[in-house]
Design a protein around this ligand. Sequence first.
Ligand SMILES: NC(=O)c1ccc[n+]([C@@H]2O[C@H](COP(=O)([O-])OP(=O)(O)OC[C@H]3O[C@@H](n4cnc5c(N)ncnc54)[C@H](O)[C@@H]3O)[C@@H](O)[C@H]2O)c1
Length: 306
Amino acid sequence: MSKILVTGGAGFIGSNLVDKLINQGNEVVVIDNLSTGKKENINPKVKFYNADICSLAIDEIFKNEKFDYVFHLAAQIDVRVSVANPEFDNKVNAIGSYNIFKNCGLNKIKKVVFISTGGALYGDCLKPASEKTLIQPVSPYAIHKYSAERYLELCYDLYNLDYVVLRLANVFGPRQYSGGECGVIGLFTYNIANNKSSTLYGDGSKTRDFVYVSDVVVACLKAITVKQRGVFNIGNGKEISILQIINVIKKIAGKKFIYKQEKNRIGEVQRSVLDSAKAKKILDWEPRVKLEQGLKNTIDWAMKKS
Ligand SMILES: NC(=O)c1ccc[n+]([C@@H]2O[C@H](COP(=O)([O-])OP(=O)(O)OC[C@H]3O[C@@H](n4cnc5c(N)ncnc54)[C@H](O)[C@@H]3O)[C@@H](O)[C@H]2O)c1
């Protein structure tokens, strides 16, 4: 059993990770300011701090709790917010992350796993992007997530802090929709379950690499035990267009998909797909959940909530 901090543990991916860590018998602490996370997502067995990762409260929490491991997921995740308010995005995603990593270093945490983004970092992908692909961020969000990766590398130099970075593709699954902006599958499944209209930005030909949340949780667990420090892409390796997603959602839900079309938004790439061969080789990680099964689970969850 280990004592583990999950920042962002009231959010979509974080809460799914927390549940798994608790099931494995770990002692889990969550830091989350509930800006997009939900109280109802927080596992009743965790100790919860309603705190901002940018605040001084973080120093005290680290000093008092003495964690073995840290998963850092708390983030401002909305690309549009990052375009409209880059200072705020920088504060949370770059400086706030550094605040967490610095505390990990000062308090001699055994390892930190930072959840970064693959979908946004590599720009338009003509073929699956590996970890060696040139970084070409197309939004302030991507720039600041990459800054956080660099801060983490700095903390390795300064404090010998062991770390793994997971650059995730587009994640989907239960709990994604929390009432605001989220991934396209989260929005579409929520809308179809509630007979609401969706908005399609562009003509639907944009492609994404979709990975199911339980596969991401498995990657997080493997990141803790792997000996090698470094960066790993976590994706399915398959390009799926938004129109293809709509068709599968319609079929599974057995309902009409009502939508209006608008022009593409700034900060979004046309094609995004990750090469996760390194994760397969070193983490022994591969995606297991098929798109259709993952979508069915997500739609079932959205229907139950509707
Ligand atoms: N969902 C995806 O497709 C995807 C893809 C790539 C990377 N990621 C990364 O995964 C992580 C989790 O994202 P998610 O999809 O679960 O989103 P989410 O919004 O559900 O989770 C983020 C959590 O962080 C919390 N938070 C935000 N700002 C905070 C602050 N200043 N202090 C404390 N808590 C704060 C929110 O309340 C929320 O609970 C993020 O780091 C995100 O960048 C997500």
